[in-house]
Design a protein around this ligand. Structure first.
Ligand SMILES: C[S@@+](CC[C@H](N)C(=O)[O-])C[C@H]1O[C@@H](n2cnc3c(N)ncnc32)[C@H](O)[C@@H]1O
Length: 460
């Protein structure tokens, strides 16, 4: 069973207590915002900070980061990015050596920056287990499943955002983080450190591996754990998913392991090229021993045709789901060395509000062309969501009640220091409230000395 986005009910909107003050802009959903502290995006139309809310727009967040002081907790800097507007970092697909496709940074990325959402079909664990077995039976080599929580998984095998092309590294420069957005837990890829343009993006699959047969890791890091997802618990059902790697599982003896089959890969040096803004470029993949990731260097365009491997792609003509703006790609090239499809898959994507069509030109090797498309061709699912008007916040709504429940899962993801901060903040608020109530008691008694005030009334 897979599900679409659930419709957010008004009573489920988590509203923080921030209010924008002209003299103190920091009050508008900054580092102390209860939603920011619990990895929850404010909801457009409901946040009392209105357009000044910095827990929705990445541009606003980065202007804060540039002009203000960054908070001492990394959490605000790294988590206060936005899923809702799909404003992703610029990235580019490229062909790796032995690891299929990979994704590289197409701009300098700051530590903590939100790179993109990992999205596609959300499945129950039962459905995921069945799919795993089916993929294994169909000899699908690459694994694209990650977990949202114990009950739900995201399967980007057939369709998904570009995040599905991010490879594993035992010394990664990115990590996954869970955020609550419009009442749903969503998974984002965030930079663990500063990443320079043309560096390959990677995260550690170690604790999440729902792939087929164990795959020999080719990340090249000094601390490499040899297999993808070596520390993963998988589904904890080895009898059902015999391929799932489990801790202390001696079925997998290194010498007898079926390794990732690279025999079909082209031997030639992986060079990628493309055109960007009318300029032609070619990049050669270099091994960066210090970072254990791959770095690309601009090369002479003459080398392009000679050294470019012909991509072997299988086009998938999947259409985005109605009303789902997370799913930004129509046709995904699924790396498949057994299939030599001659057709040119077309990938549509949105970036910074502009729509492009990326055409992978087979005849010229892995050349990417970026062509702006007519907005009339925009699919319904790619339109911006309609925003609600700012509503008055229900006075009955108190953060401490529902938000703490809703955000429990997200809070568990937060580092201790953030939890501490949140606790201190809540304590201060409680104390302020208590003082205010005491003060009003004293005033009431002073005003009407004869009136009995029953205990408990004052705290209503
Ligand atoms: C989420 S996909 C990543 C994109 C994939 N390379 C592709 O071409 O579509 C995960 C798959 O990529 C390959 N892969 C990723 N990281 C790898 C690594 N460090 N070493 C070997 N293979 C890797 C494995 O086949 C794995 O199942």
């Amino acid at each position: 069973m897979s599900y679409r986005h659930k419709k957010l009910k008004e009573e489920d909107v988590v509203i923080c207590e921030c209010k924008y003050g002209v003299n103190d802009p920091e009050t508008a959903c900054g580092e102390r915002c209860l939603n920011v502290l619990t990895s929850t995006e404010c909801t457009l139309g409901y946040c009392q900070s209105g357009e000044n809310c910095r827990n929705q727009s990445p541009n606003a967040i980065f202007s804060y980061a540039r002009h203000g002081t960054l908070p001492h907790t990394q959490c605000f800097a790294c988590c206060s990015q936005r899923f809702q507007k799909c404003e992703y970092a610029k990235t580019k697909l490229f062909r790796t050596e032995g690891r299929g496709w990979g994704l590289l940074a197409d701009e300098n990325i700051k530590a903590g920056q939100f790179i993109m959402e990992y999205c596609r079909e959300v499945l129950s664990s039962e459905a995921t287990k069945k799919r795993c077995l089916a993929y294994e039976a169909h000899k699908v080599k690459d694994a694209y499943i990650i977990s949202v929580n114990v009950n739900y998984f995201i399967d980007a095998t057939k369709k998904g955002s570009l995040a599905r092309f991010i490879n594993h590294s035992c010394q990664p420069n990115c990590e996954t983080r869970k955020w609550i957005v419009l009442g749903e837990t969503r998974v984002g890829i965030f930079a663990k450190r500063d990443i320079s343009v043309r560096m390959e993006l990677s995260y550690n699959y170690n604790f999440e591996w729902y792939g087929g047969a164990p795959v020999h890791c080719l990340c090249g890091a000094a601390n490499c754990s040899l297999f993808l997802g070596a520390k993963s618990q998988g589904f904890k059902l080895a009898q059902e998913c015999s391929h799932v790697w489990e801790e202390e599982d001696n079925r997998y003896i290194v010498d007898n392991l079926p390794l990732y089959d690279t025999t079909d890969d082209d031997e030639s040096s992986p060079v990628i090229s493309g055109t960007s803004g009318g300029n032609e470029y070619t990049y050669k993949v270099l091994n960066d021993s210090e970072e254990s990731t791959l770095k690309l260097e601009q090369t002479n365009s003459k080398t392009k045709k000679m050294s470019q491997p012909k991509p072997k792609l299988k086009g998938y003509n999947h259409v985005c789901e109605e009303g789902d703006n997370r799913y930004i790609m129509d046709n995904l090239p699924l790396y498949d060395t057994t299939d030599d499809d001659e057709s040119s898959p077309v990938i549509s994507l949105t970036s910074g509000g502009n729509e492009h069509t990326k055409i992978l030109n087979d005849s010229e090797g892995s050349t990417f062309k970026v062509e702006p498309t007519n907005s009339a061709t925009k699919k319904k699912s790619q339109r911006k969501p309609k925003l609600k008007q700012l509503k008055t916040v229900n006075p009955g709504w108190k953060y401490g009640k529902r938000a703490s429940e809703t955000n429990k899962a997200a809070c568990e993801q937060c580092p201790d220091v953030v939890r501490e901060e949140m606790k201190k903040y809540v304590d201060v608020k409680k104390e302020q409230k208590r003082q205010a109530l005491l003060q009003s008691d004293v005033t009431n008694i002073g005003d009407d000395k004869d009136e009995d005030i029953e205990e408990g009334e004052a705290t209503e």
